[in-house]
Design a protein around this ligand. Structure first.
Ligand SMILES: [Co+2]
Length: 430
């Protein structure tokens, strides 16, 4: 999920005490059917000849388990030790001592439960996006794409409570000139087109530790989007490389900008420079809080604030062939309760009731209208807008560059351990 730095308010950094015990579940965490053929193939690879005809394989299948279901990720890691991400050393000379410091390693081990929560979320993220990458095709409705992704997250997280583990924020599926914060609302009729460029932004949390990671999907076979995809991927990798303890946020932005804007794409003989979307940012991540105070610019912006030991960041960059600036456009789907609003009173009985339901199900995690409806809410829009007007709930409408432009995004979550940095959501796909 992106942080906007201009015109729209950012979430406060104060971490709310969440009363998890008083909350009721959004779903019962029941694992759902998995129709991913890859997984089935893996599960049945034992004793099967690799070259067996597919028809023979299909017949054989009936003798075994029916369809492979998505089960809790815990079943794959019974000892509770999850795969580590990609380790990188810190960039500044003054911090090279950290890599081998016993004291820093000792400090790091004290936080091991927190790191394992992130790693578990990251492993769920990798599996979910693998499924998304292998099954999303043009012609699918955006609602079906969102459900496919979200049911996978729920299945792997298998938590009895939304606030314990599962969806960390609404699945972003923003198309073309829309850069971020679009997910379908109920009744959405949009269908994915073969020439669309779609930002898939997935959030998975475990005990409030949110993994925030995004990639971009295209289906154009002439390689139309190759350059913008490369530009944004390289810009994000640059941001990840430059990030670290004591590094100034401005310096990360400057490095990202230089890489991103060295690319240009061509369309119908016209050269389109790739620009950074200057009012979108990476951000640090707090417990149950997706944007927790610091913004990581994707241009040089003069921010001399430094990253600090123990912080966790989403490093994300957005490239665009448009103005390189986004404004709100279209119907809102994303919302989150603001922090530090305990003193504010819900303006009506209905909005008070709605607010309690939001607190019970999502706390300060972002959510969308579809998730609210899953909790049984109906005819809530008037009350919801009251909460928004009173500053209790923040709305995050889709944000878009100019019509006809193309935007792309890549994003990883990084952990600033005392001794090294870990790109926890890194996979072999991106
Ligand atoms: Co983000």
């Amino acid at each position: 999920m992106a942080a906007t730095s201009i015109d729209t308010p950012t979430l406060e950094s104060k971490v709310n005490e969440l009363d998890i015990n008083s909350t009721k579940p959004e779903t019962n965490g029941k694992p759902e059917e998995d129709d991913n053929d890859d997984d089935e193939a893996e599960a049945e690879a034992d004793g099967e000849n690799g070259s067996a005809a597919s028809s023979k394989k299909k017949k054989k299948k009936n003798n075994k388990k029916k369809k492979k279901k998505i089960t809790s990720i815990d079943a794959s890691y019974p000892d509770g030790v999850f795969p580590e991400g990609q380790w990188m050393e810190y960039p500044l000379e003054i911090n090279t001592y950290r890599t081998t410091s016993e004291e820093k390693r000792y400090l790091d081990r004290q936080e091991n439960n927190k790191w394992e929560d992130f790693r578990k979320g990251a492993e769920i993220h990798r599996r979910v996006r693998h499924k998304a990458q292998s099954s999303i095709r043009p012609g699918m409705a955006m609602t079906d794409i969102a459900n496919l992704i979200e049911d996978s997250v729920r299945g792997y997280a298998a938590a009895d409570h939304t606030l314990k583990a599962g969806i960390g924020f609404p699945t972003g599926l923003s198309l073309n000139h829309v850069a971020a914060h679009y997910t379908p609302n109920t009744g959405d009729k949009i269908v994915l087109g073969k020439d669309d460029i779609m930002k898939v932004d997935i959030g998975v949390h475990v005990n409030g530790r949110i993994c925030d990671s995004a990639f971009t999907m295209t289906f154009n076979e002439e390689g139309k989007y190759d350059t913008i995809m490369t530009a944004v991927k390289e810009a994000t990798y640059t941001g990840i490389k430059e990030a670290g303890i004591d590094v100034r946020l401005n310096d990360i932005g400057a490095a990202i900008e230089e890489v991103m804007e060295s690319y240009e794409m061509e369309e119908n003989g016209k050269v389109l420079p790739i620009k950074c979307i200057r009012n979108l940012n990476g951000h640090n991540i707090g417990d149950f809080i997706i944007h927790s105070g610091k913004s990581v610019p994707i241009i040089a912006n003069g921010d001399m604030t430094k990253m600090e030991e123990g912080e966790t960041f989403a490093i994300e960059t957005f490239g665009s062939t448009g103005n390189g600036y986004v404004i709100p456009e279209g119907e809102c789907s994303h919302y989150a309760m603001n922090t530090g609003v305990e003193h504010l009173k819900a303006p009506s009985e209905r909005s008070k009731q709605l607010l309690q339901n939001i607190k019970d199900n999502f706390g300060t995690l972002p959510w969308c209208r579809r998730y609210l409806e899953r909790t049984g809410e109906d005819k809530y829009l008037f009350a919801l807008n009251q909460l928004v007007r009173n500053g209790i709930v923040e709305e995050y409408p889709p944000i878009a560059d100019k019509r006809g432009s193309y935007t792309a995004q890549y994003e990883h979550t990084i952990l600033l351990h005392p001794h090294k940095k870990e790109v926890v959501t890194k996979g072999d796909d991106y």
